[in-house]
Structures are given as structure tokens and as C-alpha cells.
Design a protein around this ligand. Sequence first.
Ligand code: HEC
Ligand code: HEC
Ligand code: HEC
Ligand code: HEC
Length: 138
Amino acid sequence: MNVSESKYVGASACFHCHQAEYQVWQATKHASSFDSLLGNEKQKYYCLQCHTTDGAQHLAGFKIKNVECEACHGMGEAHVKAHTLQDKTLIAESKMTIPNREKLCLRCHGDKQSMSLEAFDYTKMWGKIIHGKNQKKS
Ligand code: HEC
Ligand code: HEC
Ligand code: HEC
Ligand code: HEC
């Protein structure tokens, strides 16, 4: 497959190979962000754009419920296939690295609508959801 054809696969598809990261994520509020929406808020694109992985796809029927791995790392289908098939070319092309971390967070945390009273502090907030290599270092 080609990376540009990649789709969302959901956090459970990452569990098999990234159990440590999955367990950290599951304990954060990102993993229950959809449950914070009540009644018809669950159908409002405005709320869904920050409280699920992809508001538009959610409304179109694909129930990626929460702010899952792919809300931050991008669509994962190609990455999963690449590592499952040990396809070196596809592994290189489907890296799930994040080019600009702070900008990523501010997509959802920057707005006043985020109900946070404080300005977003990347170091502090990343510290609350830290996973991956950095997690082992600290
Ligand atoms: C797709 C939107 C989205 C992105 C991107 C996002 N977040 Fe969040 N984040 C949320 C939502 C929504 C909540 C609140 C979930 C709830 O309680 O319903 C939240 C909650 C949190 C919390 C818990 C707040 C607390 O005080 O306990 C932390 C920490 C956090 N995010 C850190 C980050 C960091 C760091 C980044 C960037 C690496 C990030 N978030 C990117 C949507 C997002
Ligand atoms: C621009 C992104 C954004 C939009 C739009 C948004 N939220 Fe949030 N929401 C967040 C973030 C980020 C947090 C967590 C703030 C923090 O703790 O720092 C949050 C927190 C919350 C919380 C508190 C959850 C908790 O665990 O205490 C509720 C409830 C909530 N949002 C409901 C809604 C509803 C309802 C809508 C639509 C009317 C909505 N939000 C729209 C980003 C957003
Ligand atoms: C709120 C955003 C966010 C969510 C949700 C999230 N991550 Fe991350 N993740 C990051 C950031 C930021 C980094 C550190 C920056 C980087 O190196 O890409 C990271 C790092 C990683 C790394 C390590 C990369 C490295 O080289 O050290 C792995 C593996 C990873 N995440 C997997 C996952 C998995 C699996 C999930 C879901 C179970 C997940 N992430 C959920 C933002 C997120
Ligand atoms: C079949 C196993 C497998 C699955 C499933 C998988 N990954 Fe990975 N992933 C790997 C391997 C192997 C690495 C390379 C680890 C290393 O070199 O430290 C990796 C690396 C990463 C990295 C670091 C950057 C990169 O691409 O090398 C991130 C972030 C990541 N995975 C996120 C995810 C997310 C999100 C999912 C679910 C959508 C996922 N992975 C599913 C095996 C997998």
C-alpha cells in the first residue's frame, strides 16, 4: 500500500506493539474525552473536533471515540502494515513522528473553548502524558 492511502485504525491497533505507550495513554483524559460530551454534544462537530480523533470522520460514521494515538501521530494504517509485513521501504515512509509538537497541542489546547483557565504550558502538560523514549529516560 501507499502512505497516502492510509486510514485511521484506532488505539487498539497500536496496543499489540506499543503496550507501554498504550497504558500511559489509557490513564490520561485523552482516553475518555468523548465521555465528557453529554447528550447531543456527542453529535456536534464543534465539540467533536477536539474531543475525538477526527470530528468529521466521527460524524461520517467511523467511531474513533476519543483523542486516540492518531489524533497526534496521524493515520496509522500504513505504519501498522509496514511493521507487520517488515516492509523496510514502507516503514521509512510511514513514520509516526510529530513534526511540531507544541503546535499540535495548541490545535486543541490553545483556544479559550478548551475550558482551561491557564495558558498552555507545553513542558508541564507533556509531563502529564509522557510516553515513548522520553518516558524511559525520566
Ligand atoms: C485533538 C485534540 C487534542 C490534541 C491534539 C491534544 N489534546 Fe490534550 N486534551 C484534549 C481534550 C479534549 C482534553 C480533555 C479531555 C476530557 O477531560 O474530556 C485534553 C486533556 C489533556 C490533559 C489533561 C488535563 C489535566 O490537567 O489533567 C493533558 C495533560 C493534555 N491534554 C496534554 C496534551 C498535550 C501535551 C498535547 C500535545 C502533545 C495534547 N494534549 C494534544 C484534546 C487534545
Ligand atoms: C478547541 C478545542 C475544544 C473544543 C472546540 C471543545 N473542547 Fe472541551 N476541552 C478541550 C480541552 C483541551 C479540554 C481540557 C482542558 C484542560 O484540562 O487543560 C477540554 C475540557 C472539557 C471538559 C472538562 C472535562 C474534564 O475532564 O473536566 C468538558 C466537560 C468539555 N471540554 C466539554 C466540551 C463541550 C460540550 C464542547 C462543545 C460545546 C467542547 N468541550 C468543545 C478542548 C475543546
Ligand atoms: C496528545 C497527543 C498524543 C497522543 C494521544 C499520543 N501520543 Fe505518542 N507522542 C506524542 C508526542 C508529542 C511524542 C513525542 C514527540 C515525538 O518524538 O514524536 C510522542 C511519542 C511517542 C512514541 C515514541 C517516539 C520516540 O521516538 O520516542 C511512541 C512509540 C508513541 N508516541 C506512541 C503512541 C501510541 C501508541 C499512542 C496511543 C496509545 C500515543 N502515542 C498517543 C503525542 C501523543
Ligand atoms: C506491528 C507492530 C506495530 C504496530 C501495530 C504499531 N507500531 Fe508503531 N512502531 C513499531 C516499531 C517496531 C517501531 C520502531 C521502534 C523503534 O525503532 O524504537 C515503531 C515506531 C513508532 C513510533 C516512533 C516513530 C516511528 O514511526 O518510528 C511511533 C510514534 C509509533 N510507532 C506510533 C504507533 C501508533 C500510533 C500505532 C497505532 C496506529 C502504532 N505505532 C502501531 C511497531 C508497530
